[in-house]
Write a protein that binds this ligand. Sequence first.
Ligand code: FAD
Length: 257
Amino acid sequence: MKIEQLKDLLKKFDANIIYDADLKKKNWFNIGGKTKVFFKANELKDLVEFLKTLNNREKIQIIGAGSNLLISDETYDGVIIKLGKNFNRLSILNSNMIISGAAVLDKKLSDYAANNGLSGLEFLSCIPGTIGGAIKMNAGCFNKEIKDILLSIQALDKTGNILTIPVEKINFEYRKNNLPEDLIFLSASFRGLPKDKDEIKKTIIKLKNQKDKNQPTNIKTSGSTFKNPINKTSKKVWELIRESVPADISFGVLVKS
Ligand SMILES: Cc1cc2nc3c(=O)[nH]c(=O)nc-3n(C[C@H](O)[C@H](O)[C@H](O)COP(=O)(O)OP(=O)(O)OC[C@H]3O[C@@H](n4cnc5c(N)ncnc54)[C@H](O)[C@@H]3O)c2cc1C
């Protein structure tokens, strides 16, 4: 659709839309070009209305924290959607079930579980993404994956219908699942096992230290994308990548919060 037509169609969403938006600040590696439309959906009703208004006339892509995306330098000829405020909520049900919005950071869910004395979600503290991205990728580390703690998800199809899908109906494999590509995950429920809060927090610190040692997340080498050499005495992938680049090219270093 021509941009003028699109602007006319989407006028009522103007407060949450950026046209010709730069995507560099929206992904982990700070790379890539622009998108024709960037829409921040703060509430479910806005998202449903937005999708119904678009009515499949544009390509749509949803992004989380952008930690598993390599964005092209070419302008994306479609709409990028990011979930905002109301998808960033956490709550406890029946003392051992956590309901998490899809925009919640994995680390935030892990900390929330720890503060509520629920174990099993510690590994999420080591994955730099959102719950939506983690479900899509069946994210995992330290021998645990999202499928191991998931109970059900709530999702939206691109025509605006809301579905609840129990984990038994989803086939998860290594870093993928068999759900339709066009689903937008809205929220998910997770199972935790009651345990002493301090023990859980100790485990989180241990896992984070282990991960930082093997795959430091404050240096953007994308080393975590590759398997480390089997030989334990060899350098780690992130070290090899860093050393392979000329000294006058610097890697972005993140300031840890
Ligand atoms: C330093 C570093 C360390 C990492 N370590 C690990 C690790 O230990 N284990 C691991 O599994 N991964 C790891 N990753 C990869 C990445 O963090 C995970 O894949 C993460 O789950 C991606 O989440 P995200 O929110 O950033 O998703 P994005 O990168 O934004 O998107 C990834 C995919 O998920 C889709 N998506 C995002 N949100 C939604 C939603 N709400 N609904 C539907 N689809 C959605 C996107 O369309 C896209 O297809 C690492 C990455 C980095 C940079």
